[in-house]
Design a protein around this ligand. Structure first.
Ligand code: AMP
Ligand code: MG
Length: 408
């Protein structure tokens, strides 16, 4: 059986790299949150756009004030007032100053700002009591960014800060990677939707909703294809449709060794190449990964809701990030002190779910209460970390260090 790391490598190698000519779309800045830049952005505007004042005070010529001090103050004539947004009309001549406010553009003839705390104003005259540094409190045009130089690089995720930068540069249209279309289908005769009345023996299809949420959170577009019965012909038809319409397919159920587990056989019948059939991981041992000629990547995920989510967190998420255009994403691991004993079988890399807390700069891991059965999804709620027990280890005692995979 493949180790978790071997499986991860194979999966990432199967994700086709995106083509920045083909797999991209142009969008408006307002729709850019969470998208991934497909092309480096170069701005056409210097930032600051103009020399402007960093403080409220007076704009002066340094030459006029360089020698003043408390015993030898300098008096200047205030000839104009410039607020943020004003276009200065008056040139500052020797012996003159402009009243100026934070963010306002510097007038011609001025090169230095005297903060108002160091002045005294009477009528249209201002007295200056201490010499500033040359060009003090001036934010020079282009001092933070020069037009025509690289602003943002390709492959980064756009969030609040990047949106601010792009807005400032007046980049209102962006080339981003298309979001991958991810088909999700749940297989099983026992499944009903959350809206359907439950008959004895039935089970609500929670996977469809959980996986759709995970896909959205990782930059994909979930295509919820619903529940498919355990009938080979119906399954084959549904899977065939999914492969044709999506970049990635996630099906849950039907990949273990039960009498109704048809997925692998169908994938081969449809021309797929199966690269992985199982991984030495708990939960989530039966995991099918296949590819098709049209580059569609297929994940056949076990049906147990916990196995399904852990498989997705561990294996689907990195693949989805790569397919979305995000560079070099790998699960984030941190060292934590476990508050509880962590037990495992020793044969497979074991993932135990719970909560990570940051206490005085040290991560602590609290195992979720209740049963750690792969069928119990109830105590998965609020999970933000998966503690990893390596192969050949059966116990990590409370108080000892454990590697934890961060979720979110
Ligand atoms: P399977 O992998 O098809 O053998 O399913 C394993 C277990 O997971 C069974 O107990 C199923 O009832 C349950 N299961 C399968 N699919 C889902 C689903 N979509 N949502 C919730 N539980 C499921
Ligand atoms: Mg099933």
């Amino acid at each position: 059986m493949l180790s978790v790391n071997e499986a991860e490598k194979i999966i990432l190698s199967l994700v086709r790299s995106l083509d920045s000519n083909q797999d991209t779309e142009t969008i408006n800045l307002a729709a850019a949150n969470g998208r991934i830049l497909a092309q480096a952005v170069t701005g056409k505007l210097d930032f600051p756009h103009w020399d402007n004042s960093a403080m409220d005070g007076y704009a002066v010529s340094y030459k006029d004030v360089q020698n003043c001090n408390a015993t030898n103050p300098i008096i200047l004539n205030v000839v104009t007032e410039i607020a943020a947004g004003d276009r200065p009309e008056t040139k500052i001549e020797p012996g003159q100053a402009a009243r100026i406010f934070t963010g306002a553009m510097l007038p011609e003839g001025a090169d230095t700002i005297i903060i108002q705390e160091n002045t005294q104003r009477e009528g249209n005259r201002v007295t200056i009591f201490s010499a500033p540094e040359p060009e003090e409190f001036v934010r020079h045009q282009g001092s933070f960014y020069q037009a025509g130089t690289p602003l943002l690089e390709a492959g980064i995720t756009i969030g609040a800060a990047e949106i601010a930068v792009l807005a400032t540069a007046q980049c209102s249209q962006l080339l981003v990677y298309c979001r991958p279309r991810v088909a999700i289908l749940s297989t099983g005769d026992e499944l009903v939707t959350p809206e359907q009345p439950l008959q004895p023996g039935q089970l609500v299809d929670s996977n469809q909703y959980a996986l759709a949420s995970l896909v959205t959170n990782n930059g994909g577009i979930p295509l919820k294809l619903g529940i498919v019965r355990d009938r080979p012909e119906e399954l084959k038809e549904a899977i065939n449709q999914a492969i044709k319409t999506a970049n990635m397919v996630l099906s849950t159920g039907g990949v273990s060794v039960g009498d109704y587990d048809y997925i692998n056989r169908i994938l081969v019948e449809l021309g797929g190449t199966i690269h992985i059939r199982s991984v030495a991981v708990k939960p989530g041992k039966p995991l099918t990964v296949a590819t098709f000629d049209n580059n569609c990547l297929y994940f056949g995920i076990p049906g147990n809701p916990v196995s399904a989510l852990v498989s997705c967190w561990r294996f689907v998420q990195p693949a989805l990030k790569k397919l979305s255009g995000q560079q070099n994403y790998l699960p984030r691991l941190v060292n934590a002190i476990t508050r509880h004993d962590l037990k495992a079988g020793g044969k497979r890399e074991t993932y135990l779910w719970g909560q990570l807390h940051l206490v005085d700069g040290q991560y602590e891991f609290a195992l979720a209460g209740g049963s750690h059965s792969s069928g119990n999804l109830i105590n998965l709620a609020q999970t933000n970390g998966l503690a990893i027990i390596p192969v050949d280890q059966k116990l990590i005692n409370g108080g000892k260090e454990v590697k934890v995979m961060l979720l979110n």
